[in-house]
Design a protein around this ligand. Structure first.
Ligand code: PLP
Length: 421
């Protein structure tokens, strides 16, 4: 059936293909389509809605701001909203851990922060090459796409994507293969044919890559290697930051401090566009206006982002994530995987993936996700051949909702396996 969407909206549209309904309202972990049908959200706007839809605490701050004619657009001028956000970010995020980061507001979306990160790293070190990892996703603008490993997506650039060399992420190799040792070897070998990079960019958990978790030990070794070779470490926290893994930054579990950190998605609290880059103050060598842009620092996002940080600590959300993770892991292990030995799972905090790649039949994960949607559960796929079902609920989900969603996943797997095998 043709609709205004299919008639007018470009073929590039994507998520609406997985969830082909017209949505009208949403509250915390629930979305409603125009017919009033309820859906439980296990997708969280790809990580932009950690605090849920229309979280009342955050929304109230937005409503108050709008009612008092707070400023809505100001380029990067000083505003009260920005001052409050910076104060709160310093108080809740930077000071408790003693981070010496400068904050740079980038264009509105995640990829803008990645672009700024590699631009600054190249400027600081005076080198062109960046190392990224196989399985990485860092965004779709040219610089970020050059750091993204998916071959099909890269083709979309239409030009060569240069100055990035992909290194092996610890996934898919024989367990004895030492990926850090391999990179180290390249760096020490003056005949490796690979130039020393300005920076290495890493996701501690490759979310789009199929929820692949780097171990703390691996991350520590990566950090040490960067130090030894005078290479900057960029941590892309866009999807797994903001409390997703049970700490504010996902790299905290490894006890490492990256030189640059990209943040977006849930940093704005309510799903509004905002993106920022953190970097150690010694690297603040930008000239004024050298990385300009009209929409850097969305004022409404400052207001909601401030409220979100207050909410996170007031509600002790980070500890709650750990409790919910325990429930989730228990359910996956005992209620799902016990019946399907070919399936694997992995994750951290409230990002988990169920991996169908060992099931020989094609499209099983796709079929499971579709059945989930028919049951009123919004859930996406990720990874090689989209073979990983990605469980990414808002952090505010209740245990009852978590159980409800996971039961729908189980029923959908049961149905697909019963139909197909
Ligand atoms: C780790 C990571 N980096 C960068 C991006 C790009 O963010 P955006 O889509 O907002 O440009 C994403 C988006 O999913 C992401 O997951």
């Amino acid at each position: 059936m043709e609709t205004i969407f299919t008639e007018l909206e470009s073929n590039v549209r994507s998520y609406c293909r997985s969830f082909p309904k017209v949505f009208g309202k949403a509250k915390m972990c629930e979305m409603y389509d125009e017919d009033g049908q309820r859906y439980l959200d296990f997708f969280s706007g790809a990580g932009a809605l950690n605090y849920g839809h229309n979280n009342p605490y955050i929304k109230d701050s937005l409503m108050n701001y709008l009612e008092t004619d707070g400023i809505l657009h100001a380029l990067d001028m000083f505003t009260e909203a920005k001052r409050t956000f910076l104060d709160i970010f310093k108080e809740y995020v930077l000071n408790p851990k003693g981070y010496d980061y400068k904050v740079m507001f980038c264009g509105p979306t995640g990829t803008n922060s990645v672009e700024a990160a590699v631009k600054l790293a190249r400027k600081v070190k005076g080198r062109e090459t960046i190392f990224a990892f196989s399985g990485a996703f860092h965004g779709m603008t040219l610089g970020s796409l050059s750091l993204t490993s998916n071959i099909e997506l890269r083709k979309g650039a239409g030009i060569p994507l240069n100055n990035v060399v992909f290194m092996p992420f610890p996934y898919g190799f024989n367990a004895s293969f030492d990926t850090i040792g391999y990179i180290e070897n390249i760096l020490n070998d003056d005949h490796s044919g690979i130039e020393k990079p300005a920076a290495i960019i890493v996701e501690t958990i490759q979310a789009e890559g199929g929820v692949v978790v780097a171990s703390s030990d691996w991350l520590k070794r990566l950090r040490d290697m960067c130090d030894q070779h005078d290479i900057l470490l960029i941590c892309d926290e866009i999807q797994v930051g903001c409390g997703r893994t049970g700490t504010f930054f996902s790299f905290e579990r490894a006890g490492i401090v990256p030189d640059l950190v990209t943040l977006s998605k849930s940093i704005s609290g309510l799903g509004l566009p905002m993106s920022l880059l953190l970097f150690k103050s010694e690297y603040d060598i930008w000239n004024p206006g050298e990385h300009n842009g009209t929409f850097r620092g969305n004022q409404l996002a400052f207001v909601c982002g401030s409220a979100a940080l207050e909410y996170m600590y007031k509600e002790d959300l980070l500890n709650a994530v750990k409790i919910k993770e325990e429930f989730l892991v228990n359910f996956i292990e005992h209620e799902i995987l016990s019946s399907y030995p070919l399936l694997k799972y992995r994750g951290k905090g409230l990002i988990y993936g169920i991996d169908f790649s060992r099931v020989p039949e094609k499209d099983v994960c796709f079929k499971v996700a579709r059945k989930c949607f028919e049951r009123g559960l919004i859930i996406e796929r990720a990874g090689r051949n989209d073979s990983v079902l990605k469980i990414l609920p808002p952090l505010v989900i209740t245990l009852a909702e978590l159980k409800e969603g996971l039961s729908k996943v189980k029923e959908s797997i049961d149905e697909v396996f019963c139909d197909n095998f």
